[in-house]
Design a protein around this ligand. Structure first.
Ligand code: G3P
Length: 220
């Protein structure tokens, strides 16, 4: 499974990229607004900087809600870097935009997907990626991972090619379940990516090894 980071924070992106574990980045208007406030930079510069920091796809979301506006924004975004993928919301207008953009070979990521049927519609419109939000479903007591499993099954039944990005991940168990389901990609917040590398037995094991080694150095 590919690991994307779900942030617009360039420091977090560079740090995870330096581990060699990072396959891509997803942003959204909420994450962009945090980064604009943090750095004072303009949105295009933030996106360009992110695209230079990672080789894989970088999703940048449109803020228009009408088809024409989405298409105009997508064309501009797609010129910022070769690895741009334009994030389009799962609406009627959004699907019309995805159809046009896929015809122009502009990569799209259909976002705010909450049902398997929405995921099928995104794939039929020509989306490169589809992003079901599992944490927000868990929040309303609908098991988000069930939707991922359904989408995997339906995509395989019909041979849809869109890659599934498990989004709105809140904790490491979501990542494990995404891998068990065989999802293509998980987009993971920075704090959760750090947790994935941690284990108390790893920490205590390092401590014990170092203490044992120090004893030898002292006695020699
Ligand atoms: O990738 C989608 C993600 O940014 C939404 O996450 O935690 O706001 O539901 P969350």
């Amino acid at each position: 499974m590919k690991f994307f980071i779900d942030t617009a924070n360039i420091d977090e992106i560079r740090e995870i990229a330096s581990t060699g574990l990072l396959d891509g980045v997803t942003t959204n208007p909420s994450l962009m607004s945090k980064e604009i406030q943090r750095t004072g930079k303009n949105p295009d510069d933030i996106i360009k900087e992110i695209c230079e920091a990672v080789k894989g796809p970088v999703s940048a979301e449109v803020i228009s809600i009408k088809t024409e506006g989405m298409i105009d924004e997508a064309r501009i975004l797609s010129k910022l870097a070769d690895n741009i993928c334009v994030k389009i919301p799962m609406t009627n207008d959004g699907m019309k935009a995805v159809k046009v953009l896929s015809g122009e070979n502009i990569k799209t990521n259909v976002t705010l997907v909450f049902t398997p049927v929405q995921a099928v519609m995104a794939a039929k419109a020509g989306a490169s990626f589809v992003s079901p939000f599992i944490g927000r479903l868990d929040d309303i007591i609908i098991r988000g991972m069930d939707i991922i499993e359904d989408i995997m099954l339906i995509y395989s039944n019909y041979g849809f090619q869109s890659e599934i990005i498990v989004a709105s991940i809140r904790h490491p168990l979501h990542v494990l379940e995404s891998m068990r389901a065989g999802a293509d990609i998980a987009t993971i917040p920075y704090s959760v990516l750090l947790k994935l590398m941690k284990h108390p037995l790893t920490d205590s094991g390092i401590e014990r090894f170092l203490n044992d080694y120090k004893k030898i150095i002292k006695s020699s």
